[in-house]
Write a protein that binds this ligand. Structure first.
Ligand SMILES: O=C(O)c1ccccc1NCC(=O)[C@H](O)[C@H](O)COP(=O)(O)O
Length: 293
């Protein structure tokens, strides 16, 4: 875990101080570090707008969350598809200019998605929590808040906006934070999708308690390089341990053709997370249907 942190507000301690802190005038080493530094500022603004105690007060009336993991494992013909509502990305720029998040989510539901992933990062993905809220009101599927979580506050904020699951990225979190955030997520009645990209991260995550859903991102988030072999090689090396522990595996990113889906499923992935290839099609739900038929 080599991402440095740069908290704008020293009063909000970075948990356990296990992170290397970058000097205020340092430049980010890569896009992931840049995203995390921007996220520090964004979370600070959310906290100013709605302090944690107020988020927690509002959550007292929140409805029970949908079971994201159960929806993935209940699919009759695996792999289950998590379809992503993604307008833009740092690697591709704008993917879909005529972006109607609710219409896309409804189309995905009709097309046979097991769950949805909603990008909520504004600056780098042109997403937002307003999209999550609107989609929650419009579809019945379980929703993943796809963001860069670095504080427990964000997990509660995501729940408040309708998320059933959150993404915890091993590349940006210390082991202690991963373990703590997993606990909080479970306590909130939500699912954590814990994401890894290489064997070192994989082994760190396998040493944690309570991991039920593991994502293997085929995209290197520091270089944008995408390779489906990432899933195949990690599952060849560690798949037995995962199945012994009953951990459900999601292969994420770079899946464009039915053959790609079959390839990661044959290597042992139980589910796939797909964004760009659906979002580039005129009707993302029809593209999904064609992918899984
Ligand atoms: O998509 C990016 O360019 C990206 C860059 C930096 C950090 C994260 C990034 N994407 C997040 C994701 O993991 C994907 O949105 C998701 O797995 C879907 O991938 P795809 O099907 O390739 O759109």
């Amino acid at each position: 875990m080599q991402i440095r942190r740069r908290p704008p507000n020293p009063a909000v301690n970075v948990a356990y101080m296990l992170y290397q802190i970058a000097a205020p005038d340092a430049d980010p080493q890569n896009i992931l570090e840049e995203i995390v530094w921007q996220k520090e500022k964004e979370v600070d603004q959310f906290r100013e707008k709605l302090p944690l105690h107020e988020v927690q007060r509002q959550l007292l009336n929140a409805p029970a969350r949908k079971d994201f993991l159960a929806a993935l494992t209940a699919v009759a013909k695996p792999p289950a598809v998590i379809a992503e509502v993604k307008k833009a990305s740092p690697s591709k720029g704008v993917i879909r200019a005529d972006f109607d998040p609710v219409a896309i989510a409804q189309s995905y539901q009709q097309g046979g998605a097991a769950c949805l992933s909603v990008l909520t990062d504004k600056k780098f993905f042109q997403g937002g929590f307003e999209n999550l809220k609107l989609i929650r009101a419009a579809v019945d599927l379980p929703l993943l808040c796809k963001d860069f979580i670095i504080y427990p506050y964000q997990i509660q904020w995501a729940k408040l906006h309708g998320a059933d699951a959150v993404l915890l990225i091993a590349a940006i979190l210390s082991d202690k934070d991963l373990q703590y955030f997993l606990k909080i997520t479970k306590k909130l009645g939500m699912t954590a999708l814990v994401e890894v990209h290489d064997q070192a991260e994989f082994d760190r995550v396998l040493a944690l308690d309570g991991v039920e859903l593991l994502g293997i991102n085929n995209r290197d988030l520091t270089t944008f390089n995408v390779d489906l072999q990432t899933t195949c090689e990690l599952l060849a090396a560690r798949g037995t341990q995962l199945s012994e522990r009953g951990i459900t595996v999601v292969s994420e990113s770079g899946i464009h053709q039915p053959e790609d889906l079959l390839k990661v499923a044959a290597s042992g992935a139980n589910a796939v997370l797909i964004g760009e290839s659906f979002m580039k099609q005129p009707d993302p739900g029809i593209a999904l249907k064609q992918m899984i038929q």
